[in-house]
Design a protein around this ligand. Structure first.
Ligand code: SF4
Length: 249
């Protein structure tokens, strides 16, 4: 009788043929760089940005990942090709951040499987509007539900489902105004066991390092004096302070 596990391995190998694998729409790949946001801030990482988003936040700083004209310019790459490109550029880095857009729109199970098999640590960034089963295979994920200033609405049940699937989740809320701050407090009240970061809002094309630091100062003072936020981080987007609002950093 044919060995069942061998058959599974053969099948798995068959799906890794770059000519037959389902391709993913890649907007950009870059790194090594430093993770600029959330609980993993400062860590050296490669980035893979995938096309498409189910949201359209008014202040989105990566519209090039989902606006129609840009979407058509994404490069369809098989998971094996993505891994090969990462390894050619990584220079010893073995951490990768899967971002977007919303990377949860795509079936990333084959990519995550191949990355893990080659010793990569996987991190994902998503707003938590979808809860695909493969989230359970990701090493860690930052969920950034969008506050009122984004113009989007949160499906709390789906966010809870996504957080429960992920083995090492954290939450990040961007704060532009009072309503966003109240939303962040609400998020912390709903998911007190998940580490929360408040991130200073950044208006691309308007904000400078000086205005961001000024707003960070006010947000820090506010959070430090707020007993509802007993366990919270307050951060800027570090990559913006270092390199400005540029792509590919
Ligand atoms: S969810 Fe993220 S990528 Fe999508 S529109 Fe909002 S900020 Fe942009």
């Amino acid at each position: 009788m044919r060995d069942a596990s061998k058959a599974m391995r053969d099948a798995s190998r068959a799906t890794r043929d770059p000519l037959t694998e389902r391709r993913l729409p890649v907007i950009e790949m870059f790194g090594p760089t430093l993770q600029g946001e959330g609980r993993v801030i400062g860590l050296k990482t490669m980035f893979v940005r995938l096309a498409g988003c189910d949201y359209a936040c008014v202040w989105c700083d990566t519209k090039y990942a989902w606006e129609p004209g840009q979407l058509a310019r994404s490069e369809p790459l098989a998971p094996a090709a993505i891994v090969a490109r990462l390894e050619a550029a990584a220079g010893g880095c073995r951490r990768v951040t899967l971002s977007g857009g919303n990377p949860a729109l795509h079936d990333l199970a084959p990519l995550v499987e191949q990355l893990k098999a080659r010793g990569w640590r996987t991190h994902m960034e998503t707003q938590g509007s979808l809860a695909p089963a493969w989230l359970a295979e990701i090493d860690s994920a930052t969920f950034s539900p969008k506050p009122p200033s984004s113009g989007m609405r949160t499906d709390w049940a789906v966010l809870a489902q996504a957080l429960a699937l992920c083995r090492d989740p954290d939450l990040k809320v961007v704060v532009f105004d009072e309503d966003d701050y109240a939303y962040a407090v609400d998020v912390h009240g709903r998911f007190p066991e998940v580490p929360l970061t408040l991130q200073v809002g950044n208006r691309v094309g308007e904000d400078t390092a000086a205005t961001l630091l000024e707003r960070l100062n006010r947000l820090a003072d506010r959070a430090l004096g707020d007993s509802r936020l007993g366990d919270v981080r307050v951060l800027p987007q570090m990559h913006v302070l270092i390199w400005g609002n540029r792509r590919g950093v």
